[in-house]
Design a binder for this molecule. Structure first.
Ligand code: UD1
Ligand code: UDP
Length: 378
């Protein structure tokens, strides 16, 4: 039984870490195939080091590029590796170009695909992530849905019940496995001259927000008036895409402390001690909900409606006054005592159990029928 775990970006490394740890614990025959979509130290290697993950067996080093260019390079790179290594199943998590390309490559080679974090929908097809999610879900053989809601979305799209497994989201495992370690490793807020619960934390990096100058400026104006209203520092570990756009559009944010993207343990500490998180990140919306910190989502929609339903999150879009109003609502009137709806911290364990069982069944079936998979390029 051989398992290929494919990943390519920061959130995939974080959220697959519990699955990789579980595979390690069981001494499973698996390997990591890194697409190289993220390659800067602070978006990639720092997470392997800090989460003590084994190195990738393969790194395609595809780097940055247009959607088509990046996806095509990953597709042909993954196909070549899978052709040589012949795993029984490919696991991919989330909605990036790396996920879509790995899923397409594997499914065309008749290699089973397990999609972790299946069934999320923003219903906004202008987002590249939405296209990636839908197509990956419809390629996948096993769909690991984090919640009941994500399962019902998949059923409504015609995906058969027997392919879908509710497991919880592995981000809960990742937070639970690392929060105490994060607390022991130092005092990140203090090292940035921040007082616990006396600062706001921001991340903005999504294409629809930062590649559109009017929208990016509008969000930054919103943050500016939030800082003035609350008279609290706002710290923004800035993703390289956003940093590049600030410079291209010649935008100079006021009232924001820009820092480099930081490692996961330091970021967890910063999140936990923040008064409020403002973000367009999927992972940060989830972590806020898990850590009991209110969140303002700087988007018009979210594929994580469970966080809104429990009162942990609110959609603010990009209009400055709405961002201020939503921040006030979340800081002043929420109790921060919601139940975490995203899982119990055992998602990685469940996923690995199901994968092992399914691959075993597949071997038995193949032995009976004499079926062989086709080779790459066939
Ligand atoms: C990708 C995902 C997005 C996810 C994000 C996680 C897609 C379509 N988008 O967006 O869903 O939320 O990762 O962070 O897959 N860059 C660097 N160093 C790196 C990687 C990128 O400097 O290691 C810069 C390059 O200028 C690059 C830009 O960031 O052009 C965007 O990178 P890319 O991988 O295309 O998309 P992300 O914005 O990171
Ligand atoms: N993160 C981090 N350092 C940072 C910003 C984010 O470690 O400076 C982590 C965060 O804890 C979360 C993940 O990166 O687990 C989210 O990734 P990102 O926001 O890039 O992508 P998305 O979740 O939107 O796809």
């Amino acid at each position: 039984m051989k398992i290929a775990v494919t990943l390519g970006t920061r959130p995939e490394i974080v959220k697959l870490s519990p699955v990789i740890r579980e595979l390690e614990r069981r001494q499973a025959d698996y390997y990591i195939l890194h697409t190289g979509q993220h390659y800067s130290y602070h978006l990639d290697r720092v997470f392997f080091e800090q989460l003590e993950l084994p190195p990738a067996k393969y790194n395609l080093e595809v780097g940055s590029g247009s959607h088509a260019d990046q996806t095509a390079k990953i597709l042909s790179g993954v196909e070549k590796i899978l052709g040589e290594d012949r795993p029984d199943i490919v696991l991919a998590l989330g909605d990036t170009n790396s996920v879509l390309a790995a899923a397409i490559a594997a499914t065309k080679m008749h290699i089973k695909v397990g999609h972790i974090e299946a069934g999320l929908r923003s219903y906004d097809r202008t987002m590249p992530e939405e296209i990636n999610r839908i197509l990956t879900d419809h390629c996948a053989d096993y769909l690991f849905a984090p919640t009941e809601n994500s399962k019902s979305i998949l059923l409504n799209e015609g995906i058969p019940n027997e392919k879908i497994f509710i497991t919880g989201n592995t981000i809960v495992d990742a937070v639970q496995q690392n929060i105490d370690i994060a607390d022991r490793q130092g005092d990140t807020p203090r090292s940035l001259n921040l007082v616990p619960k006396e600062y706001f934390l921001v991340t903005i990096h999504r294409q629809e927000n930062v590649d559109n100058p009017e929208r990016f400026i509008s969000i930054l104006e919103g943050l500016d008036i939030v800082a003035e209203e609350f008279r609290l520092p706002i710290v923004y570990p800035i993703h390289p895409r956003a940093l590049k756009r600030l410079s291209e559009f010649n935008i100079k944010p006021r009232n924001l402390t820009l820092i480099e993207p930081i490692d996961f343990l330091s970021f967890l500490q910063l999140e936990k001690n923040a008064r409020l998180l403002l973000t367009d990140s999927g992972g940060v919306q989830e972590e806020a909900c898990i850590l009991g910190v209110p969140c303002v989502t700087l988007r018009d929609n979210t594929e994580r409606p469970e966080t809104i339903d429990v009162g942990a999150n609110i959609l603010a879009g990009a209009i400055p006054e709405t961002i201020l109003e939503c921040s006030k609502t979340m800081v002043l009137s929420r109790t921060n005592s919601w139940e975490n709806p995203l899982g119990d911290g055992a998602a990685g364990f469940r996923i690995v159990n199901i994968v092992m069982e399914k691959v075993d069944d597949q071997h038995t079936c193949n032995r009976r029928t004499g079926v062989h998979r086709i080779k790459s390029g066939a």
